[in-house]
Every structure is written in C-alpha cells, then in structure tokens.
Design a protein around this ligand. Sequence first.
Ligand code: CU
Length: 642
Amino acid sequence: MSQKKDDMSTEAVGLGRRRFLNTAALTGLTLGVAACNDKPETAPAASGTSAAAPAAHASSATHLKPGELDTYYGIWSGGHTGDMRILGLPSGREIHRIPCFVPDALVGWGLTNESKAVMGTKPDGSLRYTVADTHHTHASYKDGNYDGRYAWINDKINSRIARVRLDYFVCDKITELPNVQGFHGIFPDKADPVDPAINYTTRVFCGAEFAIPLPNNGGDINNPEKYRSMFTCVDAESMEVRWQVLIDGNCDLTATSYDGKLAATNQYNIENGVHYEDMMSSERDACLFFNIARIEEAVKAGKFTTVGTSKVPVVDGTRENNKDPKTALTAYVSVPKNPHGVNASPDAKYFICAGKLSPTATVIELSKVLDWFDGKLAELDKAIVAEVEIGLGPLHTAFDGRGNAYTTLFLDSQVVKWNVDAAIKFHAGDKTAKYVVDRLDVHYQPGHINASQSETRMADGKYLAVGCKFSKDRFLPVGPLHPENEQIIDISGDKMVLLADHPVRGEPHDFIIFKRDLLKPKQVYDINDFPLAIKDSKESGVTRNGKKVTVKITSQAPAFSLREFTVKKGDEVTLILTNLDKIEDLTHGFAIPKYNVNFIVNPLETKSVTFIADQPGVFWCYCTHFCHALHLEMRTRMIVEA
Ligand SMILES: [Cu+2]
C-alpha cells in the first residue's frame, strides 16, 4: 500500500510537475529529468488529462473516435474462463471471446453436438472437462510473420491445446497431451528444420511443467527420482501428437528459432524436487534446446519407446544419454537459478532467458548452439553471449525490432528497456557499454509482456502491452477480488510512455499483438461447411426413428421455419438449426425453456443439440439474439406429449 500512497501524494504536486515536464519535453530537457526515474514522469502521461506534449500524445494514441477502428489485433489468453479474447489495439477494447475449453452460454459452446465433439465427452455424453487455466496464445507463421491461419492456446489444468481458426475466430480442435501434467509453455515452429520450402508453421511445441511417474497409474508414487517431464510436438494441421521427448528437469516457457532447427524451453527445478524447498537449491538451472531434425530422424528410425497406453513415440532427451554433441537430441545450456520466460529476438539470432530469481537476463546465441551440435563448440555454455543484471524478478521479454529488449521486472514493478548489443559488449568486458536504456514503473507486479509484432521478423516497436498481476488501487474497488491491469505503453520513442490501464478478469497471462491487415476474417459462413445444413426451409420438419426424433428448423428473420413441432415424452430429440440469413451480423439464438438449451447460429451456420424430452408440456423456443423488429415474436412451440 505504500506504493498507493506515493502515487496519491505525487498526484497532489503532479499538476505543477506535469507542466514543468511538458515544457521540458518541448525544450529537449525531458531525458535529463526522466533519468531520475521517479513516478511523476510517467503518471501524468497515464492520466491523459494534460493538454501539453507527452500527455496529449498519450491520450490521443489510444482514444479512437466513434467509428474508428484499431490498427492492431491483440490475441489474449482468457485465463480461467478458458477462452481466447480478441482485443483491438491501441484502444484495448475487447471485441470478441472465443470459447475453447470451458462452456459458454452465449454461443452454446459445450452444449451443441458440434462443440461437444471438439471439447471431448465421457461415455455418457457429458463434457469430460469444464474447467481450464489458459496461459499462452501464439499464432501460425509464414516467412517469419503471422499468416492468419491459426492461433493456439493451452489449458494448464488438463494439459490440453486448442486451435482457433482465424478466418471465423472459432475453436475447431482440442488435443489432450498424453503422459504430462502442467502443460504450460507453447510455441509454433516458424519453418521446417530440413525442407526450406516449408517456410511456415507445421508443428506446435508444448512444454510440461510438472514431473509425474511414467506411466502415471499408481506406480512409483513414492519414488520422486523417477518422476519425469516431457516436451511434446503436436502437428499443426491434424492436431495429433507427433512425438515426445523425455527430459531431466521440467519445461517452463517455450521458444522456437526462425530457421525451424531449434526449439527451447526454460527449466527451473533441474533438481527434480517434489517439494518447494527442493526446487531452488541449485545456483543454475537450464535453457533446454531441442534439435528438431535429429529428434524426427530418431523417431523415423524407430529409436523410441512408448509410455503406458499412449502410442506416441517418446525419444530420450535426458542429460545422461545426450552427452555426445554429434548425436545429441538435446542440449542443456545453463542459466541462473529458476528462470522463467524465453523469447526469440526478431533478428533471429538470440534466445533471451529471464532470470526470475536471478536479477539477470541471459542471451544465448543460436548459431553457437547449432555449432555445439555440429561438434564445433567445445563448451556448450560458450553459447551464452551475455548475462547481465537488469533488475529484480525478470519474467518475460519483448522486442522493438531496433535492437532493444523490454523485460518485465515482477519484484521491481517495472519494465526495463535494454539494448541487446550493448549487453553483449558489456558481458565481453566493455564496462562502459550502457545497456539499460530506460525504466518505467507499471502497476503492479508485471508478468507477461509483448510488443506489436514482437515475436516476428516484422517487430515494429510501436506498442507494448504489459499484463500486471495486481491492480491494487488502479480501478474502482469491487470487493475483495481485484481485476488485473493490462497496461499499454508507447515504445516508439527513446522513452517509454504509459498510455492506458485496462481492467481484465483474471488471469490472462500471455498475448500477442499484430497488424490488422494480417487477418482476413469472414463474416458469413459457407453453408457447405456443415454436413447437417438444412439448405432449404422446405426441408424443415420432424422425422422419427423409433424413440429417436430429428427436428429440422431454419431461421430467417423474423421467423423460424416451424411454427411448432411435436415430440413424445421420453424421445431422444436431435434438433438441427440452420440460419439461412446470409446478411452480415444477422445472428439468431435458440433457447428451450426448462430444457437448459441456448445457442446461437451465425449467418449460414448450422448447429445441433440432442436432449431427452423428459418433461411433457408446451415450451416456447425463442430467439435469444436480437435480430429484427419482430425479434420478440420469433418463436416456435415445442409440444412434448405425455
Ligand atoms: Cu432472431
């Protein structure tokens, strides 16, 4: 709470200082003043109330006039709501939520037969899982930039990965990873390691955080030294698990190289501890590299095992069996104690590991890791070209495409901007190299960070978003549960400028930001995409096969094709609804009172639901998505005969 007090007290003197700072900016004094790094330098910009230079710039940068569109898409993880959120940036407006792992009452996700097939069901037809903990979102690449095909999101609780089609913004596949728990880091590859013609994403890598007995079926519970974690490769198209690598230690965040040859995961707990205290004894942990081409050769050559009932090939990536660089599948580069994020620089040269418990960032040169695999680098840790102090609690790093890195400092509640080349020079012995360029207070305890286009070759250095884990005093109080605070920062100049606070429901973790013209969304479905589509309203009606009844209905504003339909008590009813409206934005809903049914159909979309007609009576099925002046009259009567 002392931080709150500081802000309040500076607010009182803020106006005077603000005017001074704004004047200073005009006369070129701003750098000197800002270098003292106190709060008022950034706080006034955030308030956006000043009419003069930096503050005016800040407010106009995020404020869109009515009807104006954002210039960037943001893809945010939805946290415990299990969805993917689509934001417009720089405004920070939430435009859409895409349900993936958890049921959604608007869309009917988890209720319609089509969504249940994606989510996965138990033998009795109910959903296998209804909770999720999404962390990371990443999208498919081509030529080192996003290609607008897919985005992926993870569920840490149940080790699932979901794919979202970025043409319709819908989740179309979910895969549960075998043999792992605490699936956390996720990253698509950016090219094939062998075939240069495949310059786009064909694999998605998944790191698992928790080590478990393998197989996890009741054996080895009391043998923690036998617990192991795995690194998993999922096919980007089929979403089937291609292979897994058995490793020492665990996987945290994941990164991939632009040439497709390397993937890596940061590791804390190389001690393989099962108790909290055991996980921090070692002074150095590791950034674990995977040689993708060699792993796939080993799988092809049959050099793998399987675990339990899973048929997925598992290759051996443990330290003991990968000592010879010429045959190694993995390489454990050491990094200081309990690192967290690992991020690929947009110049394709480096992976940067954030120290978490160590106040450092470690820069690993990828060409040197490849040299080690080729037997040309005697000592693997010589791939470390910088290890520099940047502040307390470094977690994640973003880039501006101008050689600068931006790392969140969880404990310092800051973003530190530092220059990678200068850090390398400093590490090499040039103690005059000033690698820290700027620091900015954020509010508060930042975790993930990302900049516009940061994780592509096209990093453009315009906006930075920071996911602050605590919001404390930044929003109106709403009881004990505080929102998190997503802050937007302008990084186009030498100094970072805080632009805006946005409250978000916990807890989004990760996100990506990219130019809007990389996506070409479709706003009306192709009716042929749906096998059950009712293409003509004349096909509507009820057909019976014993106790199984199919009801076909179409919607066209402001009416459903059937005024009523009759079934018998005890029937298993499958209701299929096609929305024949082909006009953009003309969505209908379908709710059945007392039957717990509600879903929407977008233009030319078809959905179906199956239920037992166990309650006799009259049930007014009505449109739940406003569609027309006669929307309230848009109903059909379900009659269930006793
Ligand atoms: Cu309607």
